[in-house]
Design a protein around this ligand. Structure first.
Ligand code: GTR
Length: 436
């Protein structure tokens, strides 16, 4: 989403933007590198018992599960298991989509075993005239499947409005005129021409993005706690969205047109936080892409640069688990930092991308997460990150941990996609350092 920051003298005000998400930049938001506090990051290669982890088997059997557990307990919350039975229905198929170059499928995937469990609608484009199965990019979208392309064959999603002026959030069928309105973020033809499929789901199908005490979306269909109070480690919305991405992966395992070993999960901003958590929790994702994910995504929390833990927990109380509030203005007490989230993805390739004007998301903090995950990636036999210095603007660095900071604002652009496609070519066509 775009954001507009207006700073007037010493006072500030922040006005928003497209998706009615009001963020207020607190007066103490720091954008000065010199004012970043001194901090010590927890060492991903020192286990809870103090022992150093120096072989891959120990990482996999001992340290990785410890770190995963810490993120579940303190940051994103604990998600339920997959439904016992995968229930899905192909609701439409057109083998001559996009002027004949693609097959468009729509698949309704049930998000629970109970008959009243909600469904999410996966929109899937696959290239024609290539040998199948194909590698696929998978990402959630913000405004409905029909907004990613003007293709009139896409079913108009039912989109949530946010609660305002005492009115509850409600779901309404998207309008014809909103078709294609997010197309700049989804270069479908380019993806298809390069031999990839694209799967996308409206994130509100999984959980609407507003706080209603977890009564809507998937949460009530899986929450088992009897107490009125939600457990402090219960899953928040980011965990729910990531869980939904795993359900799309369950479906891919049944679709012979999709190469399930070559699925890249990608997301922008809050959905970049989501793709990282999906990649950390679900090893079936072969490439994990974080576009401008910022606080609670790739950016190191301890830097307190741009958006801070307290601000994100205040603006978006439904995104993380209750325990994350303990770290409001108390980042040094976190048992993890976001470099350990990147490390959870190792040895699978990860791509962290920033935008130079997106200081709210702390580009340097995003790079440093990659840098500090490097020892884990190297332990697992990959080439880790290619540079210890933050790359210059528009000079991508590609290796197991790829990074770029491009010119411009908080957005998902053609430049970003160009890099992700190049990287996918290298990984999925076999010339990258193989993960051991
Ligand atoms: C902002 C939020 C960021 C980022 C962004 C988005 O309001 O402060 O953490 O997630 O929204 O998702 O566009």
């Amino acid at each position: 989403m775009n954001r507009t920051l207006t700073i007037v003298g010493l006072s500030y005000c922040l006005l928003h933007l497209s998706l009615s998400t009001a963020i207020s930049a607190p007066p103490d938001a720091n954008y000065d590198e010199a004012k970043v506090p001194e901090y010590t990051l927890p060492d991903p290669l020192v286990a809870a018992d103090g022992a150093s982890v120096d072989d891959p088997a120990e990482w996999i059997s001992k340290r990785r599960p410890e770190i995963l557990e810490l993120f579940k307990t303190h940051v994103y919350g604990r998600s339920p298991d997959a439904p016992k039975r995968l229930q899905y229905e192909l609701t439409s198929i057109d083998r001559q989509a996009l002027g004949g170059k693609a097959t468009r499928k729509e698949i309704a995937i049930k998000l629970g075993d109970a008959p009243n469990a909600p469904s999410m609608n996966l929109l899937l484009y696959l290239p024609n005239d290539v040998s199948k199965p194909v590698p696929v990019f998978l990402g959630l979208n913000f405004k409905g499947n029909h907004t990613i392309h003007s293709d009139p064959g896409i079913t108009l999603s039912e989109v949530w409005s946010r609660p305002s002026k005492g009115r509850a959030g409600e779901k309404k069928r998207g309008s014809e005129k909103s078709r294609g309105t997010s197309a700049s973020r989804w270069p479908v033809e380019t993806i298809i021409d390069r031999g990839y499929g694209l799967g996308t789901i409206y994130y509100g199908d999984i959980d609407p993005d507003f706080h209603d005490g977890f009564k809507n979306g998937v949460h009530p269909h899986h929450d088992k706690h009897e107490s009125a109070e939600r457990p402090a480690d219960a899953w928040g919305s980011i965990a729910a969205w990531a869980w939904g991405l795993s359900r799309a992966m369950d479906y891919f395992e049944r679709d012979d047109d999709v190469d399930q070993k070559k699925v890249a999960v990608l997301g922008h901003s809050r959905l970049g936080k989501t793709s990282l958590w999906a990649g950390a929790t679900d090893p079936r994702f072969a490439l994990v892409i974080s576009n401008d994910s910022g606080c609670g995504g790739a950016a190191l929390s301890r830097r307190r640069f741009g958006e801070k833990v307290k601000r994100i927990n205040t603006s978006f109380p439904h995104w993380f688990c209750g325990n994350f509030d303990k770290y409001n203005d108390n980042e040094a007490a976190l048992p993890v930092d976001q470099h350990m989230l990147i490390a959870l993805i190792a040895p699978r390739p990860v791509y962290i991308a920033s935008a130079a004007e997106d200081q709210w998301a702390d580009p340097r903090g995003e790079f440093l997460s990659g840098l500090h995950a490097d020892p884990v990636y190297r332990l697992l036999g990959t080439d880790g990150i290619a540079t210890k210095e933050m790359p210059k603007v528009d000079q991508p660095s590609h290796s197991a941990i790829s990074y770029h900071v491009r010119t411009g604002k908080h957005d998902l652009t053609a430049f970003d996609w160009g890099q992700y496609l190049d990287r996918a070519d290298t990984i999925f066509q076999g010339s990258a350092t193989p993960a051991k």
